[in-house]
Design a protein around this ligand. Structure first.
Ligand SMILES: [Mg+2]
Length: 231
């Protein structure tokens, strides 16, 4: 059976919570690379891309967001991220996710990939740390664009190349924990699934009119039904 349903997962707040490992790595990278403290409290970064976030951090902390500074900052961040992930014991895979990844991986009709604001290497570090990287054969990342709304077409193109089929927007589901995830799905006409396991409440997510919204995925069968798949 050829693949016809495409599922694109966000990472932070959707698949996992790393309980500050990413923030600590951003702070430490700034300190080590630019030799001063930075204030990340000023950045509204949930649902943003790492390439956007680094530009914001630089500007709000008095440094020009030149391509050179952004690149240097991203490199420094990626070099310390594995240590910060290893140091944090509070992070976890969110409820129901392992079940869902495994079920969808074996479903003959389903292709699943990533649509995330992480850099590709950052995504690999995080998901390898939680032992789920092998579920994702393609994705769209902050390497592709600092604007999340640009990422959908990259993910669709890679999914098509990987599986040799064209996935229609109505059979494409973007799953994420912020209004930015919902918006970037709507931009490509995809179905959008919101989940309140990040920093946004269910009511807040519902106000952005996703196709469906969940408190969490502790009942995997409910999500499978929404995806049009028999649990
Ligand atoms: Mg997220």
């Amino acid at each position: 059976m050829s693949k016809r349903t495409l599922i694109l997962w966000d990472i932070d707040g959707t698949l996992i919570v790393s309980q500050g490992a990413g923030v600590r790595a951003m702070e430490r990278a700034f300190r080590e690379r630019f030799h001063r403290e930075c204030d990340l409290g000023k950045i509204d970064w949930a649902g943003r891309t790492d390439s956007w976030i680094t530009g914001e951090v630089l500007q709000k902390n008095g440094l020009p967001a030149t391509p050179e500074n952004i690149q240097a900052y991203l490199e420094a961040y990626l070099s310390v991220l594995p240590q910060e992930l290893a140091a944090g014991s509070q992070g976890q895979i969110l409820p129901g996710i392992l079940d869902l990844l495994e079920t969808l991986h074996h479903h003959p009709q389903v292709a699943q990939g990533l649509l995330t604001g992480n850099m590709q290497r950052g995504a690999e570090f995080k998901l390898t740390h939680y032992q789920v990287w092998h579920y994702f054969e393609f994705g769209a990342f902050a390497d592709d664009s600092p604007r999340r709304n640009d990422l959908g077409p990259h993910a669709l193109r890679r999914a098509g190349a990987r599986h040799g089929v064209t996935f229609s927007p109505e059979n494409t589901f973007i799953i994420g924990d912020t209004p930015h995830d919902i918006e970037c799905g709507k931009v490509i006409g995809a179905q959008t699934i919101a989940v309140a396991t990040g920093h946004h409440s269910l009511a807040e997510l519902q106000s952005h009119h996703p196709t469906a919204a969940f408190q969490d995925f502790s009942n995997p069968a409910a999500l499978l039904r929404t995806l049009g798949l028999q649990p």
